[in-house]
Design a binder for this molecule. Structure first.
Ligand code: GDP
Length: 535
């Protein structure tokens, strides 16, 4: 390969950091994102998150649904520059709009930032997303937010993470006081205290007043009791806690912890600086050709998300591709591994909410949006040069189930086509009862929104009105060894046996307890939360 291209790829990879934020609703993800962009001087104005919230132009029927509900279904990528780095923030949809896309986005991320509300500690959605990060061994950086409000003690919060998530913690900085008496944070690297000052809602970059631990006025500045409490706690974590071990961080075994207050913009810059130093750069990806380095001269990437109808003028779909190796150039021709077809990648897009901007080039760690005339499915690999395929994206354990009924027999064809296309696109998982007499598809989703999207789109795009019959199950498990393994066990109770789109058996349980009971009764039966990838 030309040494110029090699050098160009090397530089691009060195500069890139890619991450997704995992959090529970209301922890402050939108606020933190805004503050990060404030420091980053976002490359693209439309990336402004508030602006995105405020100006919801109805751009399609699809968007109309977003507008009605006041939520954002569209996951986007925000790209911004900071120091000499280019940062890609993969925006995970994460509220009432929780769906499988939230999980899939993590498949395209190199790092995760776990955002925690100091008053609430670990919350359910954070735990679920954490599990997916763990599965991929993603490095996790923790930002404990809302220190300007009363919350749990820093030691309690760290302890909770260690015990419940099984990760070691390393406090990169440590807070002094909290709530009305929040004084600032001590940065362990520089051994300086950054004083907290209440600015009017953190519109500007925070004023950064820094003092030495040896400052003669420290006891007055911090108030004596808080100062001594802080000294004690710091001594404790420095004596008993682990050292920062970047290998462990990169393996997802240790999480660096930062304290701050996104709303008042405090601690965000400290976080960003360390994050750039410690985060993983775009790395190697496993493929059918072995490990592929990002600086491999041939372009390759995989589809991690499909989005329909973002633009009413083109009733098309956009495939989001994570670039894994080589350089992407507009109008390049690539091969599509699954079909063996050649595809010209014209009109590639960077995606910022509803705005589209054509991109000329992209590098490993970047995400591009491609028009998808029905070619791409979730998990597909595209490449130039030697044929390769990346491991697909797994099916995540759904938690809600419903029969989808078509009450109008004359719409049978459209119904079938719609269900099949929406499944392929990854809008929802489709299962069928093992009982042949029950032929209606079962929608299996991780969030309620997925049901609504499917019904809405079947009506709008395929002209089929449908009915939902909710099923009382909340837990799904794939059976290792398939039907043979299941049949060996004989009759089982408190379970509905269904099959997924690849005819594999899946057991549905009303609750975790029923599932554990079966596992207890039949230890030989191996049950998986996540479906093996179909290749
Ligand atoms: P998201 O649901 O995770 O995107 O959370 P938002 O960013 O919308 O924040 C939820 C609420 O928490 C909003 O009312 C924010 O103003 C508030 N909030 C976010 N960060 C902070 C913070 O650092 N301190 C305080 N006091 N409130 C915050």
């Amino acid at each position: 390969m030309s040494s110029e291209l090699q050098a160009e790829l090397q530089t691009a990879v060195e500069r890139r950091r890619n991450f997704a934020i995992i959090s529970h609703p209301d922890a402050g993800k939108t606020t933190l994102t805004e503050k990060l962009l404030l420091y980053g001087g976002a490359i693209h104005e439309a990336g402004s998150v508030k602006a995105r919230r405020a100006q919801r132009h109805a751009t399609s029927d699809w968007m109309a649904m977003e507008q009605q509900r006041g939520i954002s279904i569209t996951s986007t990528v925000l790209q911004f520059a900071y120091r000499s780095c280019q940062i890609n923030l993969l925006d995970t949809p994460g509220h009432q709009d929780f769906s499988e896309d939230t999980y899939r986005t993590l498949a395209a991320a190199d790092n995760a930032v776990m955002l925690i509300d100091a008053a609430k500690g670990l919350e359910p959605q954070t735990r679920k997303l954490f599990e997916v990060c763990r599965m991929r061994s993603l490095p996790i950086f923790t930002f404990i937010n809302k220190l300007d409000r009363p919350g749990q003690s820093p030691l309690e919060l760290m302890d909770e993470i260690e015990k419940e998530l099984g990760m070691q913690t390393y406090a990169v900085n440590y807070p002094i006081g909290m709530g009305d008496r929040f004084k600032g944070v001590f940065d362990r690297g520089t051994r300086k205290i950054h004083l907290f000052e209440r600015s009017e809602h953190g519109k500007r970059e925070a004023v950064n007043t820094v003092i030495d631990v040896g400052d003669p006025d420290i006891e007055t500045l911090l108030e004596q009791d808080l100062y001594y409490q802080f000294k004690d706690e710091l001594e404790m974590i420095e004596e008993l806690g682990s050292e920062l071990d970047l290998d462990a961080v990169h393996a997802g075994e240790m999480t660096p912890i930062f304290f701050g207050s996104a709303m008042t913009n405090f601690g965000v810059e400290l976080f960003l600086n360390s994050f750039l130093d410690y985060a993983l750069k775009p790395g190697i990806h496993e493929s059918t050709q072995g490990e592929i380095s990002p600086t491999h001269p041939d372009f390759s990437g995989f589809v991690f998300k499909l989005q329909a109808n973002m633009d009413p003028k083109h009733r098309d779909r956009v495939a989001f591709v994570r670039v894994c190796s080589g350089k992407f150039e507009k109008d390049m021709t690539v091969s599509h591994a699954r079909s063996g077809k050649t595809v010209r990648l014209s009109r590639p897009q960077k995606l910022f909410a509803q705005d589209r901007e054509v991109i000329e080039e992209a590098y490993p760690g970047d995400v591009i949006g491609l028009n998808n005339p029905g070619v791409f499915a979730i998990g597909d690999t595209i490449y130039s040069g030697q044929k390769l395929e990346y491991e697909g994206i797994p099916c995540f354990s759904p938690e809600m189930f419903a029969f989808l009924r078509n009450p109008n027999p004359s719409k049978f064809k459209q119904f079938r086509k719609g269900v099949s296309e929406l499944r392929e696109e990854g809008a929802v998982q489709i299962m069928y009862s093992a009982d042949e007499a029950k032929r209606d598809p079962i929608l299996a989703a991780v969030g309620q929104l997925q049901f609504e999207v499917v019904q809405f789109r079947l009506q709008n795009e395929y002209g089929v009105e449908t009915l939902l019959d909710h099923l009382p199950y909340t837990v799904a498990r794939w059976v290792d060894g398939g039907w043979d393994a299941l049949h060996k066990v004989g009759r089982i109770f408190n379970t509905l046996v269904v099959k997924d789109s690849w005819e594999r058996p899946v057991l549905l349980f009303r609750n975790e307890w029923n599932c554990q009971q079966l596992e207890g009764d039949h230890p030989e039966l191996k049950l998986n939360k996540i479906a093996p990838v179909v290749s």
